[in-house]
Design a protein around this ligand. Structure first.
Ligand code: SAM
Ligand code: DTB
Ligand code: SF4
Length: 332
């Protein structure tokens, strides 16, 4: 990418289209741009596809907590780490619907249900299907994240009315074995392909601040952008360091490196919702504001993520008011 072209505003038209053929050196060149040039470019992309002052909000609920067979080094729910997190079986339907009603009343338009599974058992899926139908009947969009899926399971979720499936690549393929050893990158890609082929919208992103390099961040975003279709939702999480996980104590990521990653995600996937995800509880309002300027246009909303803290809804509403942001489609 010629940097002078960016500065002068004579922007490479190729950079603004929806592309699937990004090369690593091109993505790294975006990361290397002067901060203002990169944010300007991200704003241009953002404004072509979205109202820049509108943010979509989703609320999360952990429907099955802890004792997960996978060994993800970041995750408090892995049975491989001792984090003191109490485990919980699959929640009763009525508890889930109660949480969904509250999320709707607070202004969320999508309700995401997460389960600490490597992959669901078929009998679990019947219960999750009932939750999806119940949440949909409340007038909310539905999202679930349940681990790896077979083709048959994917089809059943689609039939239940599922709108989105969250399944993150988390980091670059090269760095992946440092973070997870109980599954492969290809396992993740296979589930993503099944979800896409079943006609369910894809929510797929990653985590920053796990000790990865800028090259890993560039490679993750390139992988997402070069999927046959861009994920409709791209969650960018900042690692929430939980005592007892192998990644507790990892050197903190430079906040501006986080903002840069949001901006590059916006440029690479201009028509996708880039979700400012985990880690907001530790971010200043000013850092979040920069993320919105860089092209983030969705968040997780409500005081809890799955097992860790998120900013209270009142704090988010106050931040939105300060920034003149509106919540998409909720009337709030
Ligand atoms: N077990 C399923 C899976 O891994 O796909 C679904 C639940 S899992 C908790 C969903 C996502 O949460 C993970 O892919 C990861 O990106 C994110 N996550 C988990 N722990 C995190 C942490 N400590 N900080 C930031 N993101 C985290
Ligand atoms: C995603 O990318 N982030 C959310 C959602 N998808 C499921 C989960 C964040 C979890 C943070 C750690 C926790 O609360 O357990
Ligand atoms: Fe299990 Fe998901 Fe946590 Fe990995 S991220 S340990 S798969 S709940």
């Amino acid at each position: 990418m010629p940097m002078d072209a960016v500065r002068t505003g004579a922007l490479d038209r190729r950079a603004y289209g929806v592309r699937h053929d990004w090369q690593l050196d091109e993505v790294q060149a975006l990361f290397s741009l002067p901060f203002s040039d990169l944010l300007f470019m991200a704003q241009q992309s953002h404004r072509r596809h979205f109202d820049p002052n509108e943010v979509q909000v989703s609320s999360l609920l952990s429907i099955k907590t802890g004792a997960c067979a996978e060994d993800c080094a970041y995750c408090p729910q892995s049975a491989h780490h001792d984090t003191g997190l109490p485990r919980e079986n699959l929640l009763p339907l009525e508890d889930v619907l109660q949480a969904a009603r509250q999320a709707k009343a607070e202004g969320a338009t999508r309700f995401c249900m997460g389960a600490a599974w490597r992959s669901p058992r078929d009998r679990d899926l019947d219960e999750v299907a009932a939750m999806i139908q119940g949440v949909k009947d409340l007038g909310l969009e539905t999202c679930v994240t349940l681990g790896m899926l077979s083709e048959e399971q994917t089809r059943r979720l689609k039939e239940a009315g599922l709108d989105y499936y969250n399944h993150n690549l988390d980091t670059s393929e090269e760095y992946y074995p440092e973070i997870i050893t109980t599954r492969t990158y290809q396992d993740r890609l296979d589930t993503l392909q099944r979800v896409r082929e079943a006609g369910i919208h894809v929510c797929c992103g990653g985590i920053l601040g796990m000790g990865e390099t800028e090259r890993d961040r560039a490679a993750l975003l390139m992988e997402l952008a070069n999927l046959p279709q861009h994920p409709e939702s791209v969650p960018i999480n900042l690692l929430v360091q939980v005592e007892g996980t192998p990644l507790a104590g990892t050197a903190k990521l430079d906040p501006l490196a986080f903002v840069r990653t949001i901006a590059v995600a916006r440029v690479l996937m201009p028509a996708s919702r880039v979700r400012l995800s985990a880690g907001r509880a530790e971010m200043s309002d000013e850092m979040q504001a920069l993320c919105f300027v860089a092209g983030a246009n969705s968040i997780f909303y409500g005081e809890k993520l799955l097992t860790t803290e998120n900013p209270r809804a009142v704090r988010d509403r106050a931040l939105f008011a300060r920034l003149g942001l509106r919540m998409a489609g909720s009337g709030h």
